[in-house]
Design a protein around this ligand. Structure first.
Ligand code: DP6
Length: 353
């Protein structure tokens, strides 16, 4: 955090990871509140790095550069700043210069809105704490950043913590909230901190269902009530499996969630089929390998055709050999991304100019 040169009043820079949901957020209520609770973990290698500089006092103006060039995403950011200015009125007083870049290619099919809004929320919350005289290491910084991130993109509120996070009210903890995510770590079986995520790229060109369209599909969905009930039950079972190290139950719930998300999309109006023949081939090969090799491998899927193959550290060599031998031929140009559970966001110290 700096209040540096003559022109820059305040500045902050953060690196924030993307995350992958095991229990899926699908459907909203009110403003950016989830229809059901979700549980995710952050990735290590897929992240966004963002710097925010407040240049001068005056009417609010936003310059947004993505990978060095002015970007249309600036409009969404402007809207976002307007939304959060209700809580942080100083926002209207400054000119913003924001630079952002991702560690992963756009075509990777990794949701960049989670890491982007996560990083931006961390920068803005840190500046807010500095302006209001609070310590930058104040424990409330994380909750506040999570809440602010949620207002930009729901899944982003789960990206500001290391490891696993839950967003949305549940029967699990009283501290679970629709307003922000909470970190979960106490009592989680150590095997889960060795989670690996091989992102198998099936089709980088396929348009994902935009999140605004996607979530709206749940508003009048014939299975809405059942889906909400299922997500609550799944999050309870998943958390219990994570405490006890019950891999069988973990696998059952995670795959059920991924397929339920797609079932919701297939049965909504309008309906979307985002899985490709190769997605299905990968799913069935993953299941067959699990049965034959007796190695715990499983899949989860976002709102797109790519398959996230999850596995555990101690099986790394066997699973990588399986990917090379049996799966890459079903990936677009043999592409896959080697990622794992991550340590969460980091503050980037600005280099002296
Ligand atoms: C399928 O967080 O992208 O990835 O709040 O509209 O920005 P907005 O939606 P977004 O939705 C993510 C949906 C999902 C499941 C999940 O990450 O939980």
């Amino acid at each position: 955090m700096t209040g540096t040169t003559k022109h820059v009043h305040w500045a902050s820079k953060w690196r924030c990871p993307s995350n992958i949901a095991l229990v899926k957020y699908w459907g909203k209520r009110d403003f950016q509140k989830p229809m059901n609770p979700s549980l995710s973990f952050v990735l290590q290698n897929a992240f966004t790095e963002t710097s925010v500089e407040l240049l001068k006092e005056g009417e609010q103006k936003v310059e947004f550069y993505f990978e060095g060039a002015p970007s249309a995403f600036g409009d969404r950011i402007e809207k976002f700043l307007h939304t959060i200015s209700k809580q942080m009125p100083w926002i209207h007083k400054y000119n913003f210069r924001i630079h952002s870049h991702n560690s992963f290619p756009h075509s990777a099919g990794i949701a960049s809105s989670a890491s982007s809004f996560g990083a931006l929320a961390l920068c803005i919350t840190e500046i807010d704490f500095a302006i209001s005289g609070r310590e930058p290491d104040h424990p409330d910084l994380w909750l506040k950043a999570s809440e602010i991130a949620r207002l930009g993109s729901g899944s982003a509120c789960r990206s500001v913590y290391p490891g696993f996070a839950i967003w949305g009210q549940t029967q699990l903890f009283e501290s679970c909230s629709d307003e922000h995510a909470i970190m979960i770590y106490e009592g989680i079986h150590p095997a889960f901190y060795g989670l690996r995520d091989a992102i198998l790229m099936v089709d980088s060109g396929t348009k994902q269902v935009s999140s605004s369209v996607g979530h709206e599909l749940m508003n009048d969905h014939v299975f809405q009530r059942a889906r909400i009930g299922q997500a609550h039950q799944n999050i309870n079972e998943l958390y219990l499996a994570m405490l006890t190290g019950n891999l069988e139950s973990f696998i059952e719930v995670v795959e059920n969630e991924a397929l339920s998300l797609h079932a919701m999309m297939m049965t909504s109006n309008p309906s979307f089929i985002l899985l490709k023949p190769n997605s299905l081939e990968l799913i069935s090969r993953i299941r067959r390998f699990r049965e034959r090799a007796k190695i715990p491998v499983l899949f989860t899927i976002d709102a797109g055709p790519n398959i996230h193959l999850l596995y555990f550290k101690k099986n790394e060599l066997d699973v990588k050999a399986f990917i090379e031998r049996d799966l890459l031929e079903f990936c677009e140009d043999g592409n896959w991304i080697d990622d794992r559970i991550g340590k969460g966001p980091v503050r980037v110290v600005a280099s002296p100019k």
